[in-house]
Design a protein. Sequence first.
Length: 186
Amino acid sequence: MCWTSTTAGLAFAALLVSAAQAAAMPADCSKANVPDGPVKGAVQGKPFVPTQAQLRSAGTMSQDHTVFDTYRLTFKRPEGDMRAATADVTFLVPKGKRPDGRTFRQVPGGISDQPMASEGLPEVQGWSFNDDVTLAHISSVFAEKSSLKVHFAKRMGTKIAGTVYLCAPGDKPFWLGGHFTAEVKN
């Protein structure tokens, strides 16, 4: 491969932009202000702009004698077989309750550091991001420095508005933030 000064300059500029984005990522998005505007993000410096948001009931979970409803919030960029990307967050609410008007958080650190739905059971069960363009497959399982804040307003018919801020520094830095309106599916 032959590097010209233009090619090297562009590569260096891309590296600086990626480093600046990672440096600008808050250390704890669960405490930071959510970015203004519609939800968007980036993985490894490449933009992720979802075109669909959905909130779906994902069953129940129990611990001891306490039962929780599980919900999954999903953001998608469905651009065909080779350009799709999906980010999702799974969280718990007490059985029979709704996520409406609630805020869910994941803080940097291990399970014992997390806000709990019940003793030993984090309210945020996990998140993941899969992108066909960058081949990024990132999840909270391997990202102890990640942080998250999701807030829901009250639903209006089959729609619910909210805000999200997810930050995952590391080898494949990823962030997602802004306002959304999700279709509610049961």
